[in-house]
Each structure stands twice: as C-alpha cells, then as structure tokens.
Unconditional design. Structure first.
Ligand code: 5AD
Ligand code: SF4
Length: 445
C-alpha cells in the first residue's frame, strides 16, 4: 500500500481560529516525525481535515471534500478527520466515508503519530478521548513561524452551555493552560519571528491561572506579562463572553499600548427573551454596559460581534431588537449566521423553529446594516496616519497587505518592504472590506 510510506502531508482547516492553531501544532508534530508539508499543487500522502461542527453546513462540507480526495493514480491518500466533527461523530465518520483511516478529536491530536502507525497496518484508528493529561504537555516546542502574526491557545472548552452551541460537547469543559507554559510559548513564538500574538480560547477572557509567584491571575495579568516580551509588538485576544469582561481586563485596554484597540464580543441577539432562551446569562443592557465601560477605557476601540438570526421563537420584534443593538453599538465588523439546529443541543428540539425563508430575509437585512457600519468604520480612517503590520503580499506587483491596530486590512504598494515590517501609512481610500494607503515611513524594529 502506498499509504505505508506517507511522506508528504497537508492540513486543511475548517472553522475557527482554534482550528488554525491546532492545525499548526499538528503540522509541527508531523514535521518532527520526518514528514514534510506538501506545497501547492503537490500530492499529499496524508491529508488531515481539521473540521468544524458549529453549523450544519460546515460539518457537511467535510464529507463532500472527503469524496474528492484522490491521488493522480486514482488511489486514496491516508485520510485523517480531526477537529470537532471527529469528536461529535466518532466512528460514524468511517461508516459514512469508508476512505477515512483516522478519526481524532481536538483533545487527542497529540496521538496522531501512533494513529498513523495503526492506520498503516490497515486498521481504522479512532481516538476521541478527552484525557485529563494535556496534549500541550507532549506537543513539540514551537518552530520558526512563516508569518509575523501567530495564534496562541490559552484556554479551551466552554462551561456556558448556550442552548444552540455544540462547543461544550465537542471541546469539553473549560480548561486554562498554565501561566509559565504560555509565557514560554509566547517567547518561543517571538524568537521565531512573531510580532503579533492573538490569544485564543472559546471563552478566552475566562482564563485563570497562577503566576510564577503563585498569585492568582486573570487574562489581564497574562497580557501584562506578555507585554514585557521584547520584540512582541501587538497583543490581541478572542473570543470573549460579556460576563467575563472583568474591570481589570477592561482597564487593561486603557493601560497597555501593545493591547490592540479591538474587541470581539459576541452578543448573538439584542432581544432579552431570545438571550434568555439562548441561556446567554447576560441581558441586552448588561452587554451594552460592558461596551460603555470598554469605550470609556479605550475610546478608539473597534468592536466586533457574532449574531445568530432565526433562533427558535424569534419574532419580528425580537429581530428588530437585534438591529437596534447593532445601531446603538456601531460595529467595525461582525459575523452573522442563520441559526442551525445542532444534534444534542437543547435548542434543536425547541418549538417554533423558523422557516428558511424568514431566516434568509432577516440575515440579509442584518448583513446590509453590518456592511454599512463596516464601510463607515473604514471611511473614518481615511486621511489618518496609522501603523500597519505587513502580513502577506498582495495580488499586484510590489503590493503588501497589512493590518491596522483595529484589524482592518490595508493595501500598499511600496518598494523594499518585507512581510513582518511594521510601517506607518497614510490611509487614502476605504472600500467596504479594506483600505488603501501610502507608505509614510518605516518604523525601526
Ligand atoms: N447556529 C448558528 N450559529 C451558531 N453559532 C454557534 N452555534 C450556532 C448555531 N447552532 C455561532 C455563534 C458563535 C459563533 C462562533 O458561531 O454566533 O458565537
Ligand atoms: Fe458556545 Fe456559548 Fe460557549 Fe460561546 S459561550 S462556545 S456560544 S456555549
């Protein structure tokens, strides 16, 4: 079997940034095993599909992608399904898609090398355990990074049990990674060329730990520790729950220049009765109060959110409440989704599931408003000078794409620049999704 000599691998990520992080860690582990990443267009012997189960569409896409995985000679590469579909569907996956060799959940992917060995012997390999010992203890140390902006998972899992959400079931209970592991990993990333770190967690602002002196710390304390790492220029975190926005974290936004003026704080709905049915455990007013205090601490902060339209029982009046909370907040950008019933969640069996037509129509109205706000946010940056971190090359000759502190993309064309440079630009024009600017100066590293 050609599968016995898996040498090249490819990891395909679906869904959230946690999967991007997990995908990077799996890649680093496979490289440690002597394999190498397949370049674009190159055939892979092992394909890892790092899946997402949050909405039906994301979960179904995996199966159609599996069906298309063929080598040039018509044989199948070794296929590993990782991530949240693996956790939720387990053995069912290889029943539905017999070409799948390995199924590995998000808490077990450090065992991938052993699972590959099992699969090489012709057996199906399955590991969806949620072991108490952490995968982080056995993963190899971080390698030199290709990009200047890196993710760092600090917290995983969720204890909130919003009634629509699979995360508490697929990612398990909330755990916080230890302080010293995180500070060490952040230093390793910076040594490997990283200038911006985004701290990740399903409930990142619920992170708790003890510093090296044994004192209790929250996310603000961890951010303050990372702030001291020379060479690290920008710190972000996502995703937060409104109830875990402590005063200390809010104040950190006003006090730590490296902490970027951007906050992703999902509200999901502007209607109190829907928030209650969602088990969000915050109200419209308590959410707005958090935003008021965040803006007091950091007046220029850009706000982002997540919205679900068409939750069971959502009336036109409930939906209008969501539009009005958006008008009141003025988001710089946001993510919005049609409610998708997920097996095993309480909302999936609630009465009053809405029709697709109602959901489509509401989503269109909501997105029109969010797009308008995003464009307005972009327009008010025109004429301003700001720093951008160059993250990738653009499509045009000599073009680079960088991010502002507010996470907007800026296109610039300038000679002698490199990815990872921090440059000052004058913003000249604003489109709905990005800005264009001129180099005003390079900032000494
Ligand atoms: N249907 C639609 N959207 C969902 N989300 C989570 N679960 C569902 C669901 N069942 C959205 C929420 C969450 C984001 C990551 O995905 O808005 O914040
Ligand atoms: Fe899901 Fe709610 Fe937890 Fe977010 S807070 S991961 S939406 S259960």
């Amino acid at each position: 079997m050609t599968q016995a000599n898996s040498k090249k691998f490819r990891v395909k990520n679906y869904g959230c940034q946690m999967n991007v992080y997990d995908g990077e860690r799996m890649s680093e582990m496979l490289v440690d095993q002597g394999m190498s990443g397949a370049s674009d267009g190159e055939e892979a012997d092992l394909v890892v599909l790092n899946t997402c189960h949050i909405r039906e569409k994301a979960a179904e896409k995996v199966y159609s992608d599996i069906g298309r995985l063929r080598k040039k000679d018509g044989s199948s590469p070794m296929i590993a399904v990782a991530g949240c579909v693996a956790q939720a569907e387990g053995k069912e996956i290889s029943r539905r898609a017999p070409s799948v060799n390995i199924v590995v959940g998000p808490q077990a992917y450090h065992r991938l090398p052993e699972l590959i060995d099992t699969a090489k012997s012709g057996k199906k390999a399955l590991d969806t355990d949620m072991p108490t010992a952490s995968k982080f203890d056995v993963l190899p140390t971080r390698k030199k990074q290709a990009r200047p902006s890196a993710f760092l998972t600090v917290q995983e899992g969720c204890d909130k049990f919003c009634t629509y959400c699979v995360v508490p079931y697929t990612r398990g209970a909330e755990i916080s990674r230890p302080w010293s592991d995180l500070v060490d990993e952040a230093k390793a990333l910076v040594d490997g060329g990283v200038k911006e770190i985004t701290l990740l967690g399903q409930n990142v602002n619920a992170w708790t730990g003890e510093d090296r002196k044994g004192a209790s710390q929250g996310l603000d304390g961890l951010i303050r520790a990372l702030d001291k790492i020379g060479g690290l220029e920008r710190i972000r975190y996502t995703t937060s729950h409104p109830n875990d926005m402590t005063d200390a974290l809010i104040n950190a936004h006003g006090e730590i220049p490296k902490l970027m003026p951007y906050l992703h704080l999902p509200v999901q709905s502007g209607s109190n009765s829907i928030l209650k049915a969602m088990n969000r455990s915050h109200s419209r007013d308590s959410y707005l109060d958090v935003l008021r205090r965040v803006r007091e601490a950091r007046p220029d902060i850009a706000l982002s959110g997540d919205f679900i339209v068409g939750f069971p029982g959502e009336t036109e009046a409930d939906f209008e409440d969501t539009l009005s909370i958006i008008r009141e907040t003025e988001y710089s950008q946001a993510y919005s989704f049609k409610y998708s019933p997920r097996p095993g969640t309480p909302a999936a069996t609630m009465d009053n599931q809405l029709s697709r037509e109602v959901m489509d129509e509401r989503l269109q109205r909501l997105q029109a408003l969010l797009n308008e706000q995003q464009h307005d946010f972009n327009k008010q940056l025109v004429g301003r000078k700001t720093d951008i971190l160059l993250e990738r090359v653009g499509k045009l000759e000599g073009q680079f794409v960088g991010k502002t502190p507010w996470l907007t993309s800026v296109h610039i064309v300038a000679p002698n620049l490199s990815i990872g440079d921090m440059v000052s630009v004058d913003i000249e024009s604003a489109g709905p999704n990005s800005l264009a600017g001129q180099l005003s100066e390079r900032i000494a590293a």
